[in-house]
Design a binder for this molecule. Sequence first.
Ligand code: ADP
Ligand code: MG
Length: 555
Amino acid sequence: APATETRAFEADVARLLHLMVHSVYSNKDVFLRELISNAADACEKLRYRALTDPSVMGSDSALKVVVEPDKEAGRLTIADNGIGMSREDLVENLGTIARSGTRAFLDATAGKGDGSGLIGQFGVGFYSAFMVASEVVVTSRAAGSDEAWTWRSDGTGSFTVEPAGDEAPARGTRVTLILGDESKEFGEQATVERIIRHYSAHVPVPVVVRTPDAADAEAGKEVVDGTALWVKPKQEISADEYKEFYHFVSGNWDAPALTIHYRAEGRQEYSVLLFVPETRPFDLFDPERKGRVRLYVRRVFITDDAEVLPSWLRFVRGVIDSQDLPLNLSREMLQTNPVLASIRKAVTNRVLSELEKMAENDADAYAKFWEAFGAVLKEGIYEDGERRETLYKLSRFHTTTDPEGWRSLSDYIGAMKENQTAIYYAIGDDPEKLAASPHLEGFRARGIEVLLLTDPVDSFWVQAATDFEGKPLQSVTQGKADLDAIPLDDSDTDKPEAAREGDLAALTALFKQELGDRVSDVRPSERLATSPACLVAPDLGPDRQFERLMARQSS
Ligand code: ADP
Ligand code: MG
């Protein structure tokens, strides 16, 4: 077999590389954050693997990332003694199997200018190396393997893989960047240290910077000590440190809207450091999207796939570190372990109570939060009956009273008319059309507030809607609205002459006859003020908007 094999990049990867190589991204520094984060991940994966197979750790148990700028040679090297990659891993991870994030990244940044802020979110971090390198060489030895391989590419179309020479690492991966002419600064120690301090300060693995002229090959400067921020006491952590850590765990660049940091003691001991982002991530509604809370057991990273929080809190990012869980948690145990179940429950409640506090203390910040994530939180109303009441309290709505602003159900209840028995809502996909709907006339004429629901998820949760503070939720298009008991707001303007009983009966009979099977009933109503007629759904059974949604989905 030939020693060197050349392979073509998968099509999306090739497009992505083209974008990176010809990058107009303003913030090239991010490449280093991405490569260090990959190296740290590799160390954490090794630590986890060693729990069940200590032989992979061997005597080299001081896991770390070593960054070596070499100005003379115009090179920058990032090395780790983590899990490493086999030949297949190199081919798949770095070139042929386009990961879902690749396409999503291309779509999200298409024609939108600076995508550098998005790189970390999409799982395309490795390729950002090509923003600064004219050639990237990755030499890696998978833990426990006696083979090492070298992957090499200039980022145009293809890459090669060949057996590594003698200089291969004993374990783990070394990424060498041959710096492009415009990127020579990344060979300078000061620049590299600055970037690491700025973007990678809270990586949970030590990061050492070493220059080629260091007297001792082992020496180097520890720029990041790898201690876990979440175990530090709150009062010793600055807002900036929290923010940097948030960037590390989320891959986002915004500031956290809410930081939740505490240590639970008692029956179970665990540390929690969670963040609610400020802005909506690109794939919030992607059904494949999992929660990205990182689960640790006694500082060992276990998984970011444990669904520690319910899916309707999938926008929360951060870390939960348990003292009591067994280290060898299997997939199955993640589902069934009672300790994890009780952590799940307690942390979910805590997130909700922190959101409640935010709503009480800072209505503006809460409104921003709600705009970004309210639609997701509302999924909880139908998924989690136990927390429905709390979620109702957290929910905000545009209403006929305040179509631009946000009203809570308590605001609504406080403004209910005398004799009003229900909380009324109208559903539609277009806010403007909805606000102009004839179904609202009778309510408007009586000054009755109506919730205007325009999120797709609204049709679902209203099916599960129960009472809020003793008031049922009722659709304005559904069944009888008991409006007779509530007087018109402006009783002397334009009040239509009361219809005579007999006329009304004759008219409805005529309608029934003409419409035949197409309607189940025709009846006089107080619902309208100026329009002559409208369609409503039966008292029982699905709402019209819901029916339409179902029809659309099954077609
Ligand atoms: P992500 O880190 O989000 O998965 P990247 O593009 O940064 O996306 O990396 C792609 C994949 O390449 C990683 O998931 C990992 O499997 C592999 N990889 C990258 N760098 C390393 C490394 N230093 N050690 C081991 N595997 C690595
Ligand atoms: Mg990465």
